[in-house]
Write a new protein. Structure first.
Length: 388
Protein backbone atom coordinates (compact mmCIF):
# COMPACT_ATOMS: atom_id res chain seq x y z
CA UNK A 1 0.00 0.00 0.00
CA UNK A 2 1.34 3.42 -0.96
CA UNK A 3 -0.33 6.39 0.69
CA UNK A 4 1.02 9.87 0.10
CA UNK A 5 -0.07 13.47 -0.37
CA UNK A 6 -0.78 14.27 -4.02
CA UNK A 7 -0.88 17.56 -5.92
CA UNK A 8 0.68 19.70 -3.22
CA UNK A 9 -0.61 23.24 -3.70
CA UNK A 10 1.43 26.40 -3.45
CA UNK A 11 -0.02 27.08 -0.02
CA UNK A 12 0.58 23.62 1.35
CA UNK A 13 2.64 23.41 4.52
CA UNK A 14 5.84 21.44 4.11
CA UNK A 15 9.36 21.57 5.39
CA UNK A 16 10.75 21.77 1.87
CA UNK A 17 14.11 20.11 1.68
CA UNK A 18 14.27 19.75 5.44
CA UNK A 19 14.44 21.97 8.48
CA UNK A 20 17.72 22.11 10.32
CA UNK A 21 18.26 24.02 13.53
CA UNK A 22 21.96 24.81 13.52
CA UNK A 23 23.32 25.48 16.98
CA UNK A 24 26.67 24.88 18.59
CA UNK A 25 25.78 21.40 19.78
CA UNK A 26 26.93 17.86 19.34
CA UNK A 27 23.44 16.55 20.14
CA UNK A 28 21.10 16.05 17.20
CA UNK A 29 17.65 14.73 16.42
CA UNK A 30 17.37 13.30 12.94
CA UNK A 31 13.87 12.56 11.67
CA UNK A 32 12.62 11.31 8.33
CA UNK A 33 8.88 11.95 8.09
CA UNK A 34 6.04 11.67 5.60
CA UNK A 35 5.89 14.90 3.66
CA UNK A 36 3.06 17.23 4.75
CA UNK A 37 2.24 15.09 7.79
CA UNK A 38 4.03 17.45 10.19
CA UNK A 39 3.45 21.24 10.02
CA UNK A 40 6.64 23.31 10.02
CA UNK A 41 5.26 25.45 12.84
CA UNK A 42 5.36 22.51 15.24
CA UNK A 43 9.02 21.79 14.58
CA UNK A 44 9.87 25.44 15.05
CA UNK A 45 7.93 25.64 18.32
CA UNK A 46 9.58 22.46 19.59
CA UNK A 47 12.99 23.95 18.89
CA UNK A 48 12.09 27.16 20.72
CA UNK A 49 11.09 25.36 23.90
CA UNK A 50 14.24 23.23 24.16
CA UNK A 51 16.34 24.08 27.21
CA UNK A 52 19.68 23.04 25.69
CA UNK A 53 21.15 23.40 22.18
CA UNK A 54 19.99 20.64 19.81
CA UNK A 55 20.55 20.29 16.08
CA UNK A 56 17.20 19.36 14.49
CA UNK A 57 17.27 17.72 11.07
CA UNK A 58 13.81 16.91 9.66
CA UNK A 59 13.81 15.38 6.17
CA UNK A 60 10.48 15.08 4.27
CA UNK A 61 9.92 11.92 2.18
CA UNK A 62 7.08 11.70 -0.34
CA UNK A 63 5.73 8.20 0.22
CA UNK A 64 5.27 5.82 3.13
CA UNK A 65 6.51 2.96 0.97
CA UNK A 66 9.79 4.84 0.43
CA UNK A 67 10.21 5.30 4.17
CA UNK A 68 9.71 1.57 4.73
CA UNK A 69 12.28 0.81 2.03
CA UNK A 70 14.69 3.19 3.79
CA UNK A 71 14.30 1.20 7.01
CA UNK A 72 15.17 -1.94 5.04
CA UNK A 73 18.15 -0.25 3.43
CA UNK A 74 19.54 0.83 6.80
CA UNK A 75 19.19 -2.73 8.04
CA UNK A 76 21.34 -4.16 5.25
CA UNK A 77 24.73 -5.55 6.29
CA UNK A 78 27.17 -4.04 5.67
CA UNK A 79 25.66 -0.57 5.25
CA UNK A 80 28.10 0.22 2.42
CA UNK A 81 27.15 -2.91 0.43
CA UNK A 82 26.70 -2.34 -3.28
CA UNK A 83 23.06 -1.81 -4.20
CA UNK A 84 21.69 -2.91 -7.55
CA UNK A 85 18.29 -1.26 -7.43
CA UNK A 86 18.04 1.03 -4.38
CA UNK A 87 17.92 4.67 -5.40
CA UNK A 88 19.53 7.13 -2.95
CA UNK A 89 17.00 9.16 -1.00
CA UNK A 90 17.31 12.95 -0.86
CA UNK A 91 19.77 13.90 1.87
CA UNK A 92 19.45 10.43 3.36
CA UNK A 93 21.97 9.90 6.18
CA UNK A 94 24.35 6.97 6.00
CA UNK A 95 23.21 5.82 9.44
CA UNK A 96 19.61 5.43 10.60
CA UNK A 97 17.59 8.44 11.68
CA UNK A 98 16.40 8.62 15.28
CA UNK A 99 12.73 8.58 14.29
CA UNK A 100 10.94 7.68 11.08
CA UNK A 101 7.31 7.86 9.97
CA UNK A 102 5.81 4.43 9.38
CA UNK A 103 2.30 3.63 8.21
CA UNK A 104 0.37 1.26 10.49
CA UNK A 105 0.11 -1.11 7.51
CA UNK A 106 3.87 -1.70 7.66
CA UNK A 107 4.21 -2.15 11.42
CA UNK A 108 4.08 -5.96 11.39
CA UNK A 109 6.72 -6.45 8.64
CA UNK A 110 8.94 -3.82 10.26
CA UNK A 111 8.89 -5.78 13.52
CA UNK A 112 9.29 -9.16 11.82
CA UNK A 113 12.28 -7.95 9.83
CA UNK A 114 13.80 -6.37 12.98
CA UNK A 115 13.89 -2.95 11.33
CA UNK A 116 12.68 -1.11 14.44
CA UNK A 117 12.95 -1.26 18.24
CA UNK A 118 10.30 -0.96 20.97
CA UNK A 119 9.74 2.44 22.56
CA UNK A 120 9.84 2.60 26.38
CA UNK A 121 6.84 4.93 26.68
CA UNK A 122 4.90 3.20 29.45
CA UNK A 123 5.43 6.11 31.85
CA UNK A 124 4.84 8.80 29.25
CA UNK A 125 2.00 11.12 30.19
CA UNK A 126 1.05 11.45 26.54
CA UNK A 127 0.90 7.68 26.14
CA UNK A 128 -1.27 7.29 29.21
CA UNK A 129 -3.74 9.85 27.82
CA UNK A 130 -4.14 8.03 24.48
CA UNK A 131 -7.43 6.20 24.00
CA UNK A 132 -7.24 2.36 24.14
CA UNK A 133 -7.72 2.12 20.36
CA UNK A 134 -4.38 3.83 19.75
CA UNK A 135 -2.51 1.91 22.41
CA UNK A 136 -3.83 -1.41 21.11
CA UNK A 137 -2.78 -0.52 17.56
CA UNK A 138 0.93 -0.35 18.44
CA UNK A 139 1.23 -2.99 21.18
CA UNK A 140 2.64 -6.02 19.41
CA UNK A 141 4.45 -9.27 20.17
CA UNK A 142 7.90 -9.98 18.65
CA UNK A 143 6.17 -11.40 15.54
CA UNK A 144 4.30 -8.14 14.96
CA UNK A 145 0.91 -9.52 15.96
CA UNK A 146 -1.44 -7.38 18.10
CA UNK A 147 -0.92 -8.20 21.78
CA UNK A 148 -2.55 -6.26 24.64
CA UNK A 149 0.45 -7.17 26.81
CA UNK A 150 3.03 -6.60 24.10
CA UNK A 151 5.69 -3.92 23.94
CA UNK A 152 5.04 -0.48 22.47
CA UNK A 153 6.54 -0.51 18.99
CA UNK A 154 5.39 2.86 17.69
CA UNK A 155 3.90 6.23 18.64
CA UNK A 156 0.85 7.29 16.58
CA UNK A 157 0.82 11.00 15.77
CA UNK A 158 -1.71 11.45 12.93
CA UNK A 159 -4.62 9.49 11.49
CA UNK A 160 -7.09 9.50 8.62
CA UNK A 161 -9.73 7.39 6.93
CA UNK A 162 -10.71 5.81 3.64
CA UNK A 163 -13.33 7.99 1.93
CA UNK A 164 -15.36 8.48 -1.25
CA UNK A 165 -14.50 11.52 -3.38
CA UNK A 166 -16.50 12.45 -6.47
CA UNK A 167 -17.11 15.00 -9.22
CA UNK A 168 -19.94 17.25 -8.05
CA UNK A 169 -21.10 18.13 -11.57
CA UNK A 170 -21.26 14.50 -12.74
CA UNK A 171 -23.51 13.49 -9.86
CA UNK A 172 -25.66 16.59 -10.19
CA UNK A 173 -26.48 15.29 -13.67
CA UNK A 174 -27.31 11.88 -12.20
CA UNK A 175 -29.54 13.44 -9.55
CA UNK A 176 -27.94 11.71 -6.54
CA UNK A 177 -24.70 11.73 -4.60
CA UNK A 178 -22.70 8.75 -3.27
CA UNK A 179 -23.04 8.26 0.48
CA UNK A 180 -22.62 4.48 1.04
CA UNK A 181 -20.08 1.87 -0.03
CA UNK A 182 -22.88 0.10 -1.91
CA UNK A 183 -23.10 3.14 -4.24
CA UNK A 184 -19.84 1.97 -5.82
CA UNK A 185 -21.80 -0.86 -7.46
CA UNK A 186 -24.62 1.20 -8.96
CA UNK A 187 -24.91 0.73 -12.75
CA UNK A 188 -24.68 4.48 -13.40
CA UNK A 189 -21.04 4.52 -12.29
CA UNK A 190 -19.82 1.42 -14.09
CA UNK A 191 -16.31 2.05 -15.43
CA UNK A 192 -16.31 5.45 -13.70
CA UNK A 193 -14.43 4.40 -10.57
CA UNK A 194 -10.75 4.51 -9.57
CA UNK A 195 -9.44 2.54 -6.58
CA UNK A 196 -6.14 2.01 -4.75
CA UNK A 197 -4.26 -0.92 -6.26
CA UNK A 198 -4.17 -2.85 -2.99
CA UNK A 199 -5.83 -6.20 -2.38
CA UNK A 200 -6.49 -5.65 1.34
CA UNK A 201 -8.15 -2.29 0.74
CA UNK A 202 -10.35 -3.44 -2.15
CA UNK A 203 -11.29 -6.68 -0.40
CA UNK A 204 -12.01 -4.61 2.70
CA UNK A 205 -14.44 -2.49 0.68
CA UNK A 206 -16.21 -5.61 -0.56
CA UNK A 207 -16.42 -6.96 2.99
CA UNK A 208 -17.88 -3.65 4.20
CA UNK A 209 -20.48 -3.87 1.44
CA UNK A 210 -21.43 -7.29 2.85
CA UNK A 211 -21.64 -5.89 6.36
CA UNK A 212 -18.57 -7.83 7.48
CA UNK A 213 -15.38 -6.81 9.28
CA UNK A 214 -12.48 -5.82 7.03
CA UNK A 215 -10.38 -8.23 9.11
CA UNK A 216 -12.58 -11.29 8.57
CA UNK A 217 -10.09 -14.21 8.66
CA UNK A 218 -11.97 -16.50 6.26
CA UNK A 219 -13.51 -15.22 3.00
CA UNK A 220 -17.32 -15.58 3.23
CA UNK A 221 -19.00 -17.52 0.44
CA UNK A 222 -20.59 -14.35 -0.94
CA UNK A 223 -17.31 -12.44 -1.20
CA UNK A 224 -16.26 -13.64 -4.67
CA UNK A 225 -19.47 -12.40 -6.29
CA UNK A 226 -19.30 -9.10 -4.41
CA UNK A 227 -15.66 -8.57 -5.30
CA UNK A 228 -16.29 -9.43 -8.93
CA UNK A 229 -19.14 -6.91 -9.11
CA UNK A 230 -16.95 -4.21 -7.58
CA UNK A 231 -14.07 -5.01 -9.93
CA UNK A 232 -16.37 -4.58 -12.94
CA UNK A 233 -17.04 -0.99 -11.86
CA UNK A 234 -13.36 -0.01 -11.85
CA UNK A 235 -11.69 1.87 -14.67
CA UNK A 236 -8.32 2.48 -12.98
CA UNK A 237 -6.29 1.00 -10.13
CA UNK A 238 -3.26 2.82 -8.82
CA UNK A 239 -1.13 2.55 -5.68
CA UNK A 240 -0.11 6.20 -5.56
CA UNK A 241 -2.11 8.07 -8.21
CA UNK A 242 -5.67 6.86 -7.73
CA UNK A 243 -6.92 10.48 -7.57
CA UNK A 244 -5.37 11.53 -10.87
CA UNK A 245 -8.08 10.02 -13.14
CA UNK A 246 -10.74 11.82 -11.09
CA UNK A 247 -8.90 15.14 -11.29
CA UNK A 248 -8.53 14.69 -15.05
CA UNK A 249 -12.26 13.79 -15.34
CA UNK A 250 -11.45 10.32 -16.63
CA UNK A 251 -13.56 8.96 -13.77
CA UNK A 252 -16.41 10.37 -11.67
CA UNK A 253 -15.68 8.66 -8.40
CA UNK A 254 -12.65 7.50 -6.43
CA UNK A 255 -11.89 5.82 -3.14
CA UNK A 256 -8.85 7.17 -1.34
CA UNK A 257 -7.32 8.31 1.93
CA UNK A 258 -8.71 11.44 3.56
CA UNK A 259 -5.17 12.74 4.05
CA UNK A 260 -4.81 12.77 0.25
CA UNK A 261 -8.32 14.01 -0.47
CA UNK A 262 -8.55 16.98 1.91
CA UNK A 263 -5.83 19.07 0.19
CA UNK A 264 -7.68 18.56 -3.12
CA UNK A 265 -11.03 19.69 -1.68
CA UNK A 266 -9.44 22.80 -0.15
CA UNK A 267 -8.22 23.95 -3.55
CA UNK A 268 -10.87 22.63 -5.96
CA UNK A 269 -14.62 23.04 -5.46
CA UNK A 270 -15.40 20.68 -8.34
CA UNK A 271 -15.08 17.77 -5.92
CA UNK A 272 -16.76 16.65 -2.72
CA UNK A 273 -16.15 13.72 -0.38
CA UNK A 274 -17.94 11.62 2.21
CA UNK A 275 -17.17 8.88 4.72
CA UNK A 276 -19.96 6.28 4.56
CA UNK A 277 -22.00 5.98 7.75
CA UNK A 278 -21.47 2.21 7.94
CA UNK A 279 -17.85 2.75 8.85
CA UNK A 280 -14.54 2.75 7.03
CA UNK A 281 -10.87 1.79 7.07
CA UNK A 282 -8.66 3.77 9.45
CA UNK A 283 -5.01 4.59 8.85
CA UNK A 284 -2.34 6.07 11.11
CA UNK A 285 1.08 7.66 10.76
CA UNK A 286 3.45 6.37 13.44
CA UNK A 287 6.83 7.39 14.84
CA UNK A 288 9.18 4.41 15.00
CA UNK A 289 12.76 4.03 16.25
CA UNK A 290 15.01 2.32 13.66
CA UNK A 291 17.33 -0.47 14.74
CA UNK A 292 20.90 0.75 14.95
CA UNK A 293 20.11 4.47 15.17
CA UNK A 294 22.55 6.77 16.96
CA UNK A 295 20.35 7.00 20.06
CA UNK A 296 20.42 3.23 20.51
CA UNK A 297 23.73 3.34 22.35
CA UNK A 298 22.33 5.28 25.28
CA UNK A 299 18.84 3.84 25.02
CA UNK A 300 15.62 5.70 24.22
CA UNK A 301 14.65 6.91 27.70
CA UNK A 302 11.46 8.97 28.09
CA UNK A 303 13.22 11.28 30.57
CA UNK A 304 16.49 11.89 28.74
CA UNK A 305 16.13 11.21 25.03
CA UNK A 306 15.41 14.10 22.71
CA UNK A 307 13.47 11.65 20.53
CA UNK A 308 11.18 10.89 23.46
CA UNK A 309 10.82 14.61 24.12
CA UNK A 310 9.67 15.08 20.53
CA UNK A 311 7.08 12.28 20.82
CA UNK A 312 5.81 13.72 24.11
CA UNK A 313 5.60 17.14 22.48
CA UNK A 314 3.54 15.73 19.59
CA UNK A 315 1.07 14.33 22.14
CA UNK A 316 0.72 17.60 24.07
CA UNK A 317 -2.69 19.25 23.88
CA UNK A 318 -1.44 22.37 22.10
CA UNK A 319 0.59 20.44 19.51
CA UNK A 320 -2.25 17.96 18.92
CA UNK A 321 -4.65 20.80 18.18
CA UNK A 322 -2.16 22.62 15.94
CA UNK A 323 -1.37 19.48 13.94
CA UNK A 324 -5.10 18.81 13.50
CA UNK A 325 -5.70 22.34 12.25
CA UNK A 326 -2.68 22.65 9.96
CA UNK A 327 -2.35 19.16 8.45
CA UNK A 328 -4.76 16.96 6.51
CA UNK A 329 -5.06 14.51 9.41
CA UNK A 330 -6.13 14.47 13.03
CA UNK A 331 -3.96 13.87 16.08
CA UNK A 332 -4.87 10.80 18.18
CA UNK A 333 -4.05 12.94 21.23
CA UNK A 334 -6.87 15.37 20.46
CA UNK A 335 -9.27 14.66 23.32
CA UNK A 336 -11.31 17.87 23.62
CA UNK A 337 -15.08 17.56 23.54
CA UNK A 338 -16.65 18.37 20.18
CA UNK A 339 -18.18 21.61 21.47
CA UNK A 340 -14.75 22.83 22.66
CA UNK A 341 -12.98 22.35 19.34
CA UNK A 342 -12.54 25.13 16.78
CA UNK A 343 -15.43 25.48 14.35
CA UNK A 344 -13.21 24.42 11.43
CA UNK A 345 -12.73 21.01 13.04
CA UNK A 346 -16.30 20.63 14.29
CA UNK A 347 -17.64 21.20 10.79
CA UNK A 348 -15.14 18.99 8.95
CA UNK A 349 -16.72 15.52 8.93
CA UNK A 350 -14.05 14.24 6.53
CA UNK A 351 -11.24 15.05 8.94
CA UNK A 352 -13.21 14.35 12.12
CA UNK A 353 -15.93 11.73 11.43
CA UNK A 354 -18.92 11.28 13.69
CA UNK A 355 -18.41 8.99 16.69
CA UNK A 356 -21.03 6.59 15.31
CA UNK A 357 -18.95 6.21 12.14
CA UNK A 358 -15.71 5.67 14.07
CA UNK A 359 -17.32 3.00 16.23
CA UNK A 360 -17.88 0.96 13.06
CA UNK A 361 -14.45 1.64 11.60
CA UNK A 362 -11.29 -0.49 11.84
CA UNK A 363 -7.60 -0.55 11.11
CA UNK A 364 -6.34 -3.23 8.72
CA UNK A 365 -5.01 -5.78 11.19
CA UNK A 366 -2.44 -8.45 10.32
CA UNK A 367 -3.97 -11.67 9.01
CA UNK A 368 -2.48 -15.13 9.25
CA UNK A 369 -0.37 -16.30 6.33
CA UNK A 370 -3.08 -18.79 5.37
CA UNK A 371 -5.79 -16.10 5.40
CA UNK A 372 -3.60 -13.71 3.42
CA UNK A 373 -2.94 -16.38 0.79
CA UNK A 374 -6.66 -17.21 0.51
CA UNK A 375 -7.56 -13.59 -0.10
CA UNK A 376 -4.66 -13.06 -2.49
CA UNK A 377 -5.67 -16.09 -4.58
CA UNK A 378 -9.24 -14.83 -4.78
CA UNK A 379 -8.12 -11.32 -5.73
CA UNK A 380 -5.69 -12.58 -8.37
CA UNK A 381 -8.29 -14.88 -9.91
CA UNK A 382 -10.83 -12.07 -10.28
CA UNK A 383 -8.28 -9.66 -11.72
CA UNK A 384 -7.16 -12.29 -14.23
CA UNK A 385 -10.73 -12.88 -15.43
CA UNK A 386 -10.67 -9.52 -17.19
CA UNK A 387 -6.92 -9.25 -17.80
CA UNK A 388 -5.80 -8.35 -21.23
Amino acid sequence: MKRRSLLIGAGALALGQGLTGCRASTTALRVQYLQNSMPVQLVQRFEQQLTSPINLDFIPIGQLATLFEQLQQWHQTPIQATRTFWQPLPRSPQHPADLVTLGDYWLKPAIQQQLIQPLPLEQSQGWQRLAPRWQQLVRRNPQGEPDLNGEIWAAPYRWGTLALVYQVEAFERLGWTPTQWSDLNRPEVQQQLSLPDDARVVIGLALKQLGRSINTPTPPSSLAAQLRQLHQQVKFYSSDAYLQPLLLKDTWLAVGWSTDILPVLESDRRFAAVIPSEGTVLTADLWVHPTGSSSTTNGLSPSTSIASEWIEFCWSEAAALELSLLSAGLSPALTSASSQLPTSLQANSLKRPEDTVLQQSEFLQPLSRAATERYQRLWSAIRQETAG
